[in-house]
Write a protein that binds this ligand. Sequence first.
Ligand code: GLY
Ligand code: MN
Ligand code: MN
Length: 490
Amino acid sequence: MTDELTPETPDEDEQPIKQRKNGLYPGVSDELAASMKTGWADTELRDLEPIEQAPNTARRREALSRRFPGERLVIPAGNLKTRSNDTEYDFRAATEYVHLTGDQTEDSVLVLEPRENGEGHDATLYRLPRSNRENGEFWLDGMGELWVGRRNSLAEAAALLGVDCADVRELAGSLREATGPVRVVRGHDAGIEAALADKVTAERDEELRVYLSEARLIKDDFEIGELQKAVDSTVRGFEDVVKVLDKAEATSERYIEGTFFLRARVEGNDVGYGSICAAGPHATTLHWVRNNGQVRSGDLLLLDAGVETNTLYTADVTRTLPINGTYTDLQRKIYDAVYEAQEAGIAAVKPGAAFRDFHDAAQRVLAEKLVEWGLVEGPVDRVLELGLQRRWTLHGTGHMLGLDVHDCAVARTETYVNGTLEAGMVLTVEPGLYFQADDLTVPEEYRGIGVRIEDDILVTEDGNRNLSAALPRRSDEVEAWMARLTRQRA
Ligand code: GLY
Ligand code: MN
Ligand code: MN
């Protein structure tokens, strides 16, 4: 931002400072203030249709109401975070709020107010109204609509979201005065939390957060459609990357990050997490997001990236690609082992299976390979019992996926990690093998090789569907796909 873009306040020496009048800032002539109040068209949007997921968010609010009868429930979207001065970080609304409203507007707060007759709740979405033109807020305040863009009016938002809307600036005061049991989702809006500080307890608020995390375990049809869109854009993003690997070789991993990001921003809202663009030995660093390394022919590229849709559902996909288009014998041996483990893992994803089953299935295959290659002493059951394979498999084999890349993260152990798969759950299956560059327990040629393959799997009534099946996985299919895409480059 340049200085020209900060709200103009005339030099004190040149103009007498005026008293703040009707909320006006000093340094504005009465004539200019009067001019800025008038001459604006009525832009109110009428006859708006509700957003597509409005019935789904209404059902979620009803279920929430049934779970906490008679209690006031406060679910904030969160606030902007200052980066420096008048520059903010990109805003990303709190997942709990998005799931219950379909909205993503900063400073908003959903409140479920228990009805006086004791039956259910009334939902109100508190949010900023249109900027005030009478007091000059819309052009003199750096967060006014003239600076940051038009907001929906309260009536427009109510029509779009299917929830009554009210001015959020009155909320903290009324929460402070309200009586009766109340819970708030913490961590998003310090002002709202301060207003409730002497009315809430950490334990009760955590129960609300856990409920909302578990409420996302099973995706409805709208959500599955959005996740498929996220995956489809991600597939295109991976294709984009393959086409520019020569440019990445000439520059760095950043070229890969930027290329994928372009697809994410054009087709969706953002990337759902920092893209892991890990060439060569960086592939053995699980969350390599610095992406400032060299991209070299003969090495592997581990690309773990996901597009987030405009409704904030994200994909989470990994492919490990030979940068020059062909795996070496050793790279292929390791890749194929991870592929076999992933196949075993995916086969274990079905309704009624334990959540842990797909992890166990994949780990067994990887342990068998490590024993077969002489990297760890068998038998395989002993390796698995002692967890010795984990020196090279490092992480769990998958997680729930949705609005958050690690979705439902505060669900209770009994409903998630020790729970049972059900139709409508979406999870990743992502085994890997990682041989650190300084691992003296493996032959030298293994060192610095990392392979992960990650797909997004929907549990269906009779098994599963791989939402990311359009992206080749088998080593020979990956090579053929890369050859086709790089031929298009020429
Ligand atoms: N991209 C993070 C993960 O795969 O879990
Ligand atoms: Mn991933
Ligand atoms: Mn993942």
